[in-house]
Design a protein around this ligand. Structure first.
Ligand code: NDP
Ligand code: ZN
Length: 353
């Protein structure tokens, strides 16, 4: 049987294609999307060629959907279940997963399969490996559009706060307040940050950052962000930095504004260039105890269920991210191009199917 999908045709090129409906393995599921959202990562992949050439690969890795087929060894999930689909779907029996880094199962970043190593979710149907371990039931109280933020924005943004190891009362700077950084702001606040700086420029993102708990806004268009942070902290800097925007040179600023003993959590996808530079003196000539941690979001059903509990119990409201709602498959292209062009009023588009 054939299906339609919106694909990367090659670097810099996208379009609709037809493919065979994927085949369900014994541990797997075939899912029909209910709501999907494009990601800035799709833009790095297509227009920066960040992961190399891909031909006719269906895009998208953020979805909630309904199961239409399960493999013979799937125990918990069944046809008709509505599920949250994490962007990262590891192989749970791998050694990397046993070592605690399931997102790198099968090799670095290889837990990221949708729209990387296999067709993504911008299709009439898509395949999910190890369904019982990777899919979480969609709580009935959640709006599917708000719940689609659980695929990637919530786990990635909150992982930034984990990587930076935000502790009660820490001063934290979140660099970048697109949808990922906004979830890092929310994550840092949930973990008990004291003073919480948010770096961005779009007015609607700034408003939402304040709603999620930012105490100070730093506009990078108004001058060097390190100078602005130092001015506001009496020259001390911050305990933790979360990087969710900017470019390779953002690390220079992050290290510079960090106190000795501080930690940087990076979730930004560095889509171009060969090196990240570390400023020698600001890094304490190698002895400053300034740690850089960078990571792909963890996947997995348990994690998804726990993050969904934040929404169900009113601790996190992802609907604030949704600035553009579309109805119908045919709007996928428009939604993706919004992510590419980033108009000023955009935070995140969602397409309901
Ligand atoms: P956006 O493009 O929406 O947001 C980027 C943010 O960075 C904006 O707030 C922007 O400000 C700000 N910014 C841009 N340039 C600078 C600069 N020079 N200095 C400081 N801030 C700057 O991106 P998303 O929130 O959608 O995604 C963020 C990153 O996370 C992307 O690279 C994405 O690919 C990656 N990602 C990583 C994942 C992971 O698992 N690690 C998963 C999903 C995404 P302005 O207000 O002016 O727009
Ligand atoms: Zn993504």
């Amino acid at each position: 049987m054939k299906m339609k999908g919106y694909a990367m045709l090659g670097i810099g090129k996208t379009g609709w294609i037809e493919k065979e409906v994927p085949i369900c393995g014994p541990l797997d599921a075939i899912v029909k999307p209910i709501a999907v959202s494009p990601c800035t990562s799709d833009i790095h992949t297509v227009w920066e060629g960040a992961i190399g050439e891909r031909t006719d690969m269906i895009l998208g890795h953020e979805a909630v959907g309904e199961i239409v087929e399960v493999g013979s060894l799937v125990k918990d999930l069944k046809v008709g279940d509505r599920v949250i689909v994490p962007a990262i779907t590891p192989d749970w029996g791998s050694l990397e997963a046993q070592g605690g880094y399931a997102m790198h199962s099968g090799g670095m970043l290889s837990g990221w399969k949708f729209s990387n190593f296999k067709d993504g979710v911008f299709a009439e149907y898509f395949h999910v490996n190890e369904a019982d371990a990777n899919l979480a039931r969609l709580p009935s109280s959640l709006d599917p559009a708000a719940a689609v933020m659980l695929s990637d924005m919530v786990p990635t943004g909150l992982h930034g706060a984990e990587l930076a190891d935000v502790q009660y009362g820490d001063s934290v700077c979140v660099i970048g307040i697109g949808p990922v950084g906004l979830m890092s702001v929310a994550g840092a606040a949930l973990r008990g940050a004291g003073r919480l700086f948010a770096v961005g420029s779009r007015p609607n993102c700034i408003e939402v950052a304040k709603a999620y708990g930012a105490t100070d806004i730093i506009n990078y268009r108004y001058g060097d962000i390190v100078t602005q942070i130092m001015d506001k902290t009496g020259g001390k800097g911050v305990d933790k930095v979360i990087v969710a925007g900017g470019d390779n040179d953002t690390f220079i600023q992050a290290i510079d504004m960090l106190k000795p003993g501080g930690r940087i959590g990076n979730v930004n996808y560095l889509g171009a260039g060969d090196f990240v530079r570390i400023p020698r003196v600001q890094w304490g000539c190698g002895m400053g105890h300034k740690t850089i941690a960078g990571g792909l979001m963890p996947g997995g059903r348990l994690r998804m269920e726990k993050l969904a509990a934040l929404l169900v119990n009113g601790r996190l409201d992802t609907s604030r991210l949704l600035t553009h709602r579309f109805q119908g498959f045919e709007h996928l292209e428009e939604a993706l191009l919004l992510m590419k062009d980033k108009p000023k009023d955009l935070i995140k588009p969602v397409v309901i199917l």
